[in-house]
Design a protein around this ligand. Structure first.
Ligand SMILES: [Ca+2]
Length: 268
């Protein structure tokens, strides 16, 4: 007889819990919970028992959400908080600090008065000061003074143009003080293993195409002859460059009659 009561009690409990779990509204649910309480006479077990699969589904959903949050956090942390070019500095013509993935942050000279806002000066050369007759390591790491003559360095230039596409702007003043300009829509250079090869230039616009024979050329310096001439052009012109042959005419940046050269880049 006791077993029969126990079975009836159990069936009743299951029925009440099922009805409770699928109650249409809060009032119905409370009514079932009251009945469960009266049956158990115990507040701790009077609450409606959710079916196990519902609970597992909720747990899986929470785990998914946690994973999404973790990925978003990782993404946020990976985005550099520093500027990656002069673009965010807008009208600045001052020295600013930028950081490119793969290297420490470094200072650059921004230019907003030459060809619009947001340009980074990568080379500044005046004939009367400084020297560009430098070694491979100097050209790789950069040299000079940002307030005067300088070169940003091939490694930084490689990382900058690899990280995001850049346009190039060239301003040249020759021996006779004639100023001319050139711009290229997509300037990029390779890594050191590729001898910082001039990979792309994009479309040329402007007066003189200063880079027309330099495309796909490797970089050469006084102690690293990567040009296509029997001689070392960097030694002849005392200037590190993406030389092809040593027959550089007046249309070349490496021209010895160049009074002033400024190269600028800007993300596109
Ligand atoms: Ca050579």
């Amino acid at each position: 007889m006791n077993i029969l009561y126990a079975v009836i009690f159990l069936l009743l409990k299951i029925q009440l819990n099922t009805n409770c779990a699928f109650a249409k509204n809060a009032t119905e649910r409370t009514a079932y919970e009251t009945k469960i309480y009266l049956l158990n006479n115990d507040e701790a077990t009077s609450k409606c028992e959710q079916p196990k699969f519902e609970f597992e589904k909720l747990q899986a959903k929470i785990r998914e959400q946690e994973l999404t949050i973790a990925r978003l956090e990782a993404k946020c942390l990976a985005v550099p908080t520093e500027a990656t070019s002069c673009l965010p500095f807008g009208k600045s013509n001052e020295i600013q600090r930028i950081r490119i993935p793969g290297t420490e942050s470094f200072q650059v000279l921004c230019a907003a008065k030459i060809a619009g806002e947001g340009w980074t000066v990568i080379l500044n050369k005046r004939q009367h000061t400084g020297s560009f007759y430098r070694t491979w390591n100097e050209y790789r790491n950069g040299f000079g003074d940002l307030q005067d003559d300088f070169f940003i360095g091939l490694q930084r230039l490689h990382l900058m143009t690899k990280f995001q596409p850049h346009e190039l702007y060239v301003e040249i003043k020759d021996f006779w003080n004639t100023t001319s300009y050139a711009s290229y829509s997509n300037f990029s250079i390779g890594n050191e293993t590729e001898a910082y090869k001039l990979l792309t230039l994009g479309t040329f616009t402007g007066g003189k195409d200063y880079f027309k024979t330099q495309l796909h050329m490797k970089f050469s310096t006084l102690n690293r002859d990567n040009d296509n001439d029997v001689r070392n052009c960097a030694t002849i012109f005392q200037f590190g460059w993406w030389y092809n042959t040593c027959r550089v005419g007046r249309d070349s940046v490496a021209n010895i009659f160049t009074n002033f050269v400024q190269l600028l880049i800007r993300p596109i």
